[in-house]
Design a protein around this ligand. Sequence first.
Ligand code: PGA
Length: 265
Amino acid sequence: MEIHIVADADAGAKVVADLFERTVRDAGDSGAVLGLATGSSPVPTYTELIRRHRVEGLSFAACRAFLLDEYVGLPAGHEQSYHAFIRENFVSKVDIEDASVISPNGAATDPAAEAAEYDRRISEAGGVDLQILGIGSNGHIAFNEPGSSLASRTRVVGLTRSTIADNARYFDSPADVPVRAISQGLGTILEARRIVLTASGEGKAAAVAQLAEGAISARWPATVLQTHPAVTVVVDEAAASQLELADYYRHSRALESDIPLSTDR
Ligand code: PGA
């Protein structure tokens, strides 16, 4: 796990955008498969990628993308659906084909079958080249809440009270927040070839400390990322504030700054 402690969201977005740019350029005309996330954490990265598209000509035209998750029960096209969120914050502002950006259908009549089919589609596309993740204050990644199997596949999940409270800011009232979602499983996410997780703010500090330094456990689902060979974690000072080894991470990043990104660690 490679941990970058950055000054602010803009500095973090540059680190993460560099990984996306490298992935997109390396794939060339065959097109990278991008793993996209919703929530506030990835937004500065999307903003930086939109800038690179507009100003530097970075093209996503050959890419395909899969979202991590989708609420169950919102009507298709609902403004708080993740399908709509990713279009508003990224997809509509770059040159990726709309039809190449795929998410679970939260309005499916059989959500369990939709989840299994979604998992299959990701494999059929050859798997995800680079997956961006946020982290919940309770340590979830995607909607893999505490207690999720570390080998879980895409499935229908119930949201915890804390996640519903965290997400209520996007809805008129907490009662409007959907209580179920279709989420890629932890086992599904681990199949991405490279993973980058980004977090900011003190509210994420406990989860980030567990992610990087806690015991691997379903209690903190993000700890499963310790078993993946190519994970980059990008956090601001507040989110890094409970890391016991913060000085070591700073020191080792300085020493390793000339090692190519393709080196797994
Ligand atoms: P946030 O959510 O990026 O909006 O903080 C992250 C998450 O819950 O996974």
